[in-house]
Design a protein around this ligand. Structure first.
Ligand SMILES: [Zn+2]
Length: 254
């Protein structure tokens, strides 16, 4: 008989993470936060189309009170001096130093962006950073060596894959669901009802700013309802990605 693991994965290290963490603590859930150490404190606004953030504008050249073609929400990154305190008790993972597209940069940049971010985050938090998420979900094939050299043990993509098996290739880890999906609760119910003949894993992905969209599929109430649904199932271990992988590995080696 296997066990069921659920992990939230949040990108970019945003001010909204503070509210997220408050809610996660209420429900006793773990999570992984993927941060860009070269962009701490950076402030932009994110323009939305449907349920997707589409375009970023620097806060310095944006008037939130003016009329805009798209609805915008803040994409403000938490300053460096708050990181340790805000994320205490949660897993910190890498997302490159400057949120670069790893499929489009040089090999030198790719190595530096991964290595420098892992080192900076490890030094800042005192955690050994072993997790990663590809910015824009891109560059998995080209980044394998650089990730391994930096000590990264798992790397998250942005594509959704059906089924709840642990990923065969931890450096190309798909999502179980992006919370903005209209099928979020359908997917969750399938997981809740699944027979754990082997260990199962549900990886839920979000950017904190998406909850500010306030759309039907992307809002704070839905976030709370997801957390409540997961927390109401005693047989689910709700932890960080790193913890889920570690416990799964240990169980396999027993
Ligand atoms: Zn990102």
């Amino acid at each position: 008989m296997g066990r069921k693991y659920f992990a939230w994965s949040f990108d970019d290290g945003l001010e909204q993470d503070k509210k997220i963490i408050e809610i996660l603590r209420q429900y006793g859930l773990g999570a992984t936060f993927h941060l860009n150490s070269g962009l701490f404190g950076d402030r932009t606004y994110e323009g939305r189309i449907g349920n997707l953030g589409m375009t970023e504008t620097p806060a310095s050249s944006f008037d939130p009170h003016a009329r805009h073609l798209l609805p915008y929400v803040p994409h403000f990154r938490i300053p460096e001096d708050e990181i340790v305190q805000v994320y205490r008790g949660f897993e910190i993972a890498s997302h490159t130093s400057h949120h670069v597209n790893l499929s489009r940069c040089t090999e030198e940049t790719r190595r530096a962006e991964i290595r420098d971010d892992v080192e900076a985050l490890s030094a800042l938090t005192g955690q050994t950073v072993t997790g990663f998420a590809y910015p824009y979900g891109a560059g998995a094939k080209k980044s394998r060596d650089a990730l391994k050299e930096a000590g990264v043990q798992y790397a998250r993509l942005a594509v959704t894959k059906p089924g709840f098996r642990f990923p065969e290739d931890p450096l190309a880890m798909p999502l179980s669901c992006w919370h903005i999906s209209a099928k979020t609760f359908e997917r969750l119910d399938a997981f809740f009802q699944a027979e754990a003949e082997e260990d199962l894993f549900f990886l839920m992905f979000a950017h904190g700013y998406e909850f500010d969209f306030g759309t039907k599929e992307s809002n704070w109430d839905k976030f709370r309802r997801i957390c409540e649904a997961v927390a109401s199932h005693d047989d689910i271990i709700a932890c960080s990605i790193g913890e889920a992988l570690r416990m799964h590995r240990e169980a396999e080696n027993d």
